[in-house]
Structures are given as C-alpha cells and as structure tokens.
Ligand binder design. Sequence first.
Ligand code: FE
Length: 356
Amino acid sequence: MFKKSFLVLSVIASTLSAFAAEIAAPKVAAIKPPEKELVIYSARKEELIKPLLDQFTAKTGIPVKMLSDDAPKLLARIESEGAQSPADVLITVDVANLTIAKDKGLFTKLNSKTLNKNVPALYRDKDGEWFGLSKRIRAVFYNKEKVKPEELSTYEDLANEKWKGSIVARSSSHPYNQSLFAHLIKVHGEEKATTWAKGFVSNLARPPQGGDSDQLRAVASGEAKLAISNSYYFGKMLTSELPEDKLVAQKVGIFFPNQKSAKGELNGVHVNISGGAVLKASKNAKNAQKLLEFLSSAEAQDLYASLNKEFPVLTTAKSDSVLASWGPFKEDKTLLGAWAPHSKQATLISDKVGWK
Ligand code: FE
C-alpha cells in the first residue's frame, strides 16, 4: 500500500516539475503548423501523376489532393467555381488545353527562376502562365515485316498515294491528331494542309477507331502497315508485363519523321507537351509554384521518363534506357503557342475532308 502511494506521488511530482520547467523555459523550436493541402485538378491518368505527387509530399511535407477528369470538364469547372475554386494547380496534357485556359484568364503569371531555367523557352508560355513538364512525340510506327524504315520520310509523305489503304490513326477530333494537324496548317497554310488531309484520309486502312495503342495493335496484326501514335504508348508496351503487349511492340518499329525534310515542311518531329499552371483562384499560390518547380526538377523529370516513357523537358535529365534505344532525333522548333490556335481550323478541315 505504502509502495503504491509513493509511486503515485512521485509520478505526480515528476509531471509537475516537467510542467514547471516547460513554463519557465521558452520553447526552443516551435512546432511548425501543418502545411495547407494543395488541390490539383488533373487531366492526366492518375497512375501517371500520383507517384510524382507522392514524392513531392514526402519531400516537402505539403499534402496534395487530386481531382481527376478530362481537360474540358476541368476547365469548365474552374470557370464556374470562379474565385471560390478550391483548386491551386491545373495539370493537363496538350498545349491546346493550356492555351485555351490561359485565354480564359484562369492562370497566374509566375516569375520562377527555377521554372525558367528547367523548362526551355520553346516549351513554356511566353508570359509565364503555363509550363511544359514532359514532351510527347507523335511518331510513325511501321510493321517490321511489311515496311522498311528507308521507305518512310515525313508526315507530309503519309498523304502519298503509295500508302493507299495502309495507314491507321485515331479520330481527328482527338487533341493529339488535332494538334499535329494544327501544326501542319501553321507550317503549310490552309490550302496545302487541306490537300494533305484529303490524301491522308484516302490512305486510311479503316475508319478511325480506338486509341493510340489500338493503332499499334492494328500494325502488329498486319491490318495496316503504318500508324501514327505518341511514342510513350510504344514505350509502355515494350516494358509491359503483358505478353500480348510485348508481342505487339516487337512487331512494330518506331520512326521519327521529318528528320531530312524539304524546305517548307515540318523541320523535325511534332512535339506536344503535358504541362501545368497555377490557377488565379489559388489561395496557396506559393506552394502551388513549389509543386511545378518540383515537377521540373531532375528528380521528377527522371520519373516522367522512367515511369511514363515520356521525354523530359529538362535537358540534363537522366536518359531512360528505352527512350535512349530509339536514338536521337530532331524536333520541329515552331513555337507551340503558334500552332495551337489552329486547332479549331484543324477540326473544320478534318470534317470537310471526311477524317472522322
Ligand atoms: Fe495519351
């Protein structure tokens, strides 16, 4: 009994003295309040962007909440939420989406040394409102048994009648094709681009259907000789755990067009970007900028390459072995912001020539 009360008393005494010490001595290090959650509206597939966001949180302690949807829906949502929008950052694919959002006045202008250094001028907005975070190459893919790479040359050549019934592509209304065609319109003008589109459509092996991976499958199966697709779909298939995807990738070759193009043609491959911007409505703009800076850093750029098989915008990023195996290539240097406004025209001409 005596022992028990002594124990209780000594516990009380030590608690009191600890409490007194705490009052007497000023706290050495104040506990940092938890960081406010950063809200991301993302038009990227969750599995592509989540590892990058997790890495950001681990590094900075800034928690991130992500809402995923397609770009037009996210833009409509940001617009209707107005100044009350909880979103801090928009992450999306395709420069056309970024320029549309910029024109609607949804972004904040950033003056970030880090972003300006990491993202080459060609891949960011001239006013500092959006920044490219990965490069997406629209390449030509061929059936290795039916086509020799020496037979291939340019996007323009895909309208040549020697390819009649040989090509597959997804719908012209998809932003990837819309952007490629907008780029061709910017370089060639409306009249020549219309002639090209007519020739291209008459070379299709089947009406447009499915996504980019489906075009690669059609080439592998021999349904078509050639396809247009973004290169990361091929990269993902090469490294897929699914034997059927690996088999497709083995039967297909990648070709970077317009490496030796004539004057007046695209001078290198067509490059589109995925990118991000800080939203005007953000109440957490400093951390929002931090996230974009992180996504442009070597650490994140390496992940874009190794996980997504996209090309980093950071020129010093580590090269991924799959991407490196495709060899170097030249990119067309027309400003992305210069061809993006031709997207609408691209849709109108596609309708006119029957590119579904
Ligand atoms: Fe895609």
